[in-house]
Design a protein around this ligand. Structure first.
Ligand SMILES: CC(=O)N[C@H]1[C@@H](OP(=O)(O)OP(=O)(O)OC[C@H]2O[C@@H](n3ccc(=O)[nH]c3=O)[C@H](O)[C@@H]2O)O[C@H](CO)[C@@H](O)[C@@H]1O
Ligand SMILES: C=C(OP(=O)(O)O)C(=O)O
Length: 421
């Protein structure tokens, strides 16, 4: 397994290009199952998760070509589709569950392996199944697979979720696009990736209103057609790279970055003493002072502070002046980077969903292990702020969500290299 070697760094400067969003691409790709006509995505990120979704959709009968070094994906689901999403692929990636709604809508039945828990939490599927049941699906768990059927197709309905789940919102919206009549989802998730999915579905002929609010209304149509759609900018990759100058000092412009994607995150960066300015090119981040100030952070559904930036923010706060408290409200086990940061000299106490970080002047390089995707990049960021060398092992997690990370960070002057296994 590859590792990443990072050396403590001086200030970073320059431009860094932000890719299309993993979490948008992973819901846009299954939308191909909703139509017989081709769906083309541009600005796709080059990630192992995208390869996993490609393998899953191919196993279901979709034809996918990857063009322009993976930046363009053309997909077509005109063939007879296979309704079974096999455990061997689904177990690799939680987002595989996003084929459930589209398969059900297109075929009237689907058999999708339960994705199971993962390092950051149990991540059940009840919000997905109850949302699809509201549309008339009958869903049963047998041998580790969700067996979903409809009698006479999906029917529009009003459904309120107990929590604004991102994935359940996406499955509901995709399924309801081909249901008979009007559907309303209340307490819907509002993430930009959902707005992006709806923008694409509308290009395919879907009739949807309210995306980006907590009430989405969908008027079902008989069929959807082909479309071409650019994947929205990855706000998590954006936030991650914005932290490089915040941690090392310097000035970096994240090309394509938009304030509207990362507002709550930028509020916290500003509180910590980091300057962020928006221009037509992107977001420019500058750290002028010596050390950042401590800030308290609570993760929340969008537009709140994203859980997917909590680990990286913790890396920054390890060297802040004073004490910060990070509260994780989305996932029950998302502080696994804390013991690794402690190996680097950080002073962190974790109690349930709270982590208290007492800032130290400097971290020290160490051998650390990546436990999940965002944890891995938080250790790289911490390594850039540390004295000496840090080796982050198990970086296959990193490759799920960050394309060419060594190249992108070296481009702004970071000392980082991959050690091939
Ligand atoms: C591919 C993708 O887009 N992944 C993102 C998506 O994951 P994902 O769509 O899985 O996240 P959800 O919004 O569904 O999960 C949020 C919370 O709801 C719980 N829950 C979810 C579904 C369910 O049926 N029952 C239930 O209890 C989860 O365990 C979790 O505690 O949103 C998360 C929250 O912003 C991000 O961290 C992930 O990066
Ligand atoms: C948790 C994440 O992804 P996934 O939902 O695909 O596991 C993430 O992107 O940080």
């Amino acid at each position: 397994m590859d590792s990443i070697l990072v050396r403590g760094n001086g200030p970073v400067t320059g431009d860094i290009e932000i890719a299309g969003a993993k979490n948008a691409c992973l819901t846009l790709m299954p939308a191909t199952l909703l139509s017989e006509e081709p769906l083309t995505l541009t600005n796709a990120p080059r990630l192992s998760d995208i390869k996993t979704m490609t393998a899953l959709l191919t196993s279901l009968g979709a034809e996918i070509s990857s063009l322009q070094e993976g930046k363009v994906l053309t997909m077509s689901s005109h063939a007879d589709l296979n309704p079974v999403a096999d455990y061997e692929i689904v177990r690799k990636m939680r987002a595989s569950n996003l084929v459930l709604g589209p398969l059900l809508a297109r075929l009237g039945h689907a058999v999708v392996s339960l994705p199971g828990g993962c390092a950051i939490g149990a991540r059940p599927m009840d919000l997905h199944t109850t949302a699809l049941e509201a549309l008339g699906a009958e869903i049963e768990l047998k041998d580790g697979y969700l067996h979903a059927t409809t009698r006479g197709g999906l029917k529009g309905a009003v459904h309120k979720m107990r929590f604004p789940s991102v994935g359940a919102t996406e499955n509901f919206v995709m399924a309801a696009s081909l249901a008979k009549g009007t559907s309303v989802l209340e307490n819907a998730a509002r993430e930009p990736e959902i707005v992006d999915l709806v923008a694409c579905l509308k290009k395919m002929g879907a009739q949807i209103e309210g995306e980006g609010t907590d009430r989405i209304e969908i008027q079902g149509v008989d069929r959807l057609h082909g479309a071409t759609h650019p994947v929205v900018t990855d706000r998590i990759e954006l936030g991650t790279f914005m932290l490089a100058p915040a941690i090392c000092g310097g000035e970096v412009t994240c090309l394509g970055g938009k304030l509207s994607l990362v507002e709550s995150f930028v509020t916290k960066l500003n509180e910590a003493g980091i300057e962020v300015t928006e221009s037509a090119r992107g977001l420019t981040v500058k750290r002028t002072g010596d050390r950042v100030k401590s800030v308290n952070v609570t993760t929340e559904p969008f537009p709140g502070f994203p859980t997917d930036l909590q680990a990286q923010m913790m890396a920054l706060l390890c060297t802040a002046t004073g004490t910060s408290v990070l509260e994780e409200t989305i996932f029950e086990n998302r502080f696994m980077h804390a013991p690794e940061l402690i190996r680097m000299g950080a002073q962190i106490e974790v109690h349930g969903g709270h982590a208290t970080v007492h800032g130290v002047e400097r971290l020290k390089g160490a051998q650390v292990m990546a436990t999940d995707l965002r944890a891995s990049v938080s250790l790289i960021l911490a390594g850039l702020a540390a004295e000496g060398e840090t080796v982050v092992s198990r970086v296959y997690h990193l490759d799920r969500g960050y394309e060419f990370v060594e190249k992108k960070l070296s481009g702004i002057g970071a000392h980082i290299e991959r050690i091939k296994a």
